[in-house]
Design a protein around this ligand. Structure first.
Ligand SMILES: [Fe+2]
Length: 430
């Protein structure tokens, strides 16, 4: 979980930084352009005013009536940005200035560009190609600063809002992508835990969707490969198990009948398909441990003595050891170990009781006993179906789980038990 949060925040932080950087660059560029534009406009305005003053000054200087310049200069000074406007004669002496005390004095030549917050223009007063004076007008550049600040504020608000909205959208997109990555991560974890059905469905055509599709194909290949291996090992173990029936001809088809009967009971009890496979396999291989029991004991027609019985009992543990060596048969081995446990705790090898005994083992116990009773054994003939059922019912809650006996009876009444025997005896598929 911390990694997922870390990824989300890393992407969010990087994208946010980029977005804010872009917004700042755009804002600075716009403000600079706005300032440049306003300065150009201000310059044009001050030049136009100065030009007008120069034209008026020409006549006034020609006739030596500088007072004529009063109205035009007053008119210029009414401009809210006007700082000064005056006319200098050809000797550099101020010919007219709104501050009349300055008339007749000399001033240093003006700059004609933005200086100390001023936009100043200087236009020569020309009469027949002779410069007879100079008109000077200056505007304050404060209006440029005010307009620039206003523009910057407006931009800040708009870009701020845009950045926030953009951030929200990008974080949302990031979140969606991170969730997709998390789903893929979850599937990889499941696969790592051995779940070969850990498919992940990511829509789209981007890299993640392609990665998910590749992952699913890989899982599918792994699943097929594992099934192939399991099938091979299972067939090998089944072949091994069949040697029991070769040694003990009286139980021919016994394991297959118990397997199909166990599946039928388990299905009726609602066991899911995944577990059914293990239940059926455990039933099929329940007596594989008899490989380790002497053949003369297996084939003995008389009742077994104490030592022989103990040796025969060992087949449950021995079978579990054989199957336990195969990793995917651990559960099956566990069921096999306990297929001779009794509901009342009187069975072997561990004396488990009630629901301590695995469900598969309890089912095998009932189906195995029924099949053994209705088959001929070296030491006795076969019992009839009714006799076997009577014995099962008699041992409800002692040897057998009553619920399983009842389910088995239900299947028997429906003809399923007989049908299984028929199918196995005639080599028919389930
Ligand atoms: Fe057994």
């Amino acid at each position: 979980m911390p990694d997922r949060i870390s990824l989300r925040w890393k992407v969010g932080a990087i994208v946010s930084l980029l977005l804010v950087s872009v917004a700042v660059v755009i804002a600075v560029a716009l403000v600079r352009y706005e300032r440049y534009f306003l300065l150009q406009e201000g310059d044009k305005r001050v030049r136009a005013l100065t030009q007008t003053l120069a034209v008026s000054a020409r006549d006034a200087l020609l006739v030596g009536d500088e007072l004529r310049l009063g109205p035009i200069i007053q008119s210029i000074m009414q401009d809210p940005d006007a700082v000064h406007a005056f006319v200098v004669d050809h000797e550099g002496v101020i010919a007219y200035h709104p501050d009349t005390q300055l008339i007749g004095s000399r001033l240093p030549p003006p700059g004609g560009q933005e200086t100390d917050g001023l936009l100043e223009a200087v236009v020569p007063v020309v009469v027949e190609e002779t410069v007879v004076g100079t008109a000077v007008v200056a505007l304050s550049s404060d209006f440029v600063d005010r307009a620039t600040r206003a523009t910057a504020k407006g931009l800040l608000a708009r870009l701020g809002l845009g950045t926030l909205l953009g951030l929200g959208g990008i974080l949302l997109l990031t979140e969606l992508h991170v969730r997709r990555i998390a789903r893929l991560e979850q599937a990889v974890r499941l696969l790592g835990a051995g779940n070969l059905r850990a498919a992940v469905n990511l829509r789209g055509r981007d890299e993640l969707a392609r990665l998910a599709a590749d992952f699913n194909r890989m899982v599918e290949e792994l699943r097929k490969a594992r099934e192939e291996i399991e099938r091979g090992v299972t067939e090998t173990v089944r072949a091994l198990a069949s040697t029991i029936e070769v040694n003990d001809i009286y139980t021919h088809g016994h394991c297959e009948r118990v397997a199909r009967g166990t599946r039928a009971v388990a299905e009726r009890l609602g066991v899911d398909e995944e577990r059914l496979r293990d239940f059926e396999l455990a039933a099929l291989l329940h007596d594989i441990g008899k490989i380790g029991v002497a053949t003369d004991i297996l084939a003995k027609k008389e009742k077994l003595n104490g030592t022989e019985s103990l040796q025969m009992r060992e087949h449950a543990e021995f079978g579990a050891r054989i199957l336990g060596a195969v990793s995917f048969l651990h559960e099956v081995a566990y069921y096999v170990r306990h297929h001779h446990e009794n509901w009342d705790g009187g069975g072997y090898p561990d004396g488990l009781a009630g629901e301590e005994v695995p469900l598969a083992s309890r089912i095998i116990r009932v189906v195995d006993t029924y099949d053994a009773m209705t088959s001929s054994r070296p030491y006795r003939g076969a019992l009839s179906h009714d006799q076997a059922i009577q014995l099962l019912v008699a041992d409800r809650n002692s040897q057998f789980d009553a619920k399983i006996v009842d389910t088995f009876l239900e299947l028997a009444e429906e003809g399923i038990v007989e049908s299984i025997r028929h199918q196995v005896d005639h080599g028919l598929a389930a």
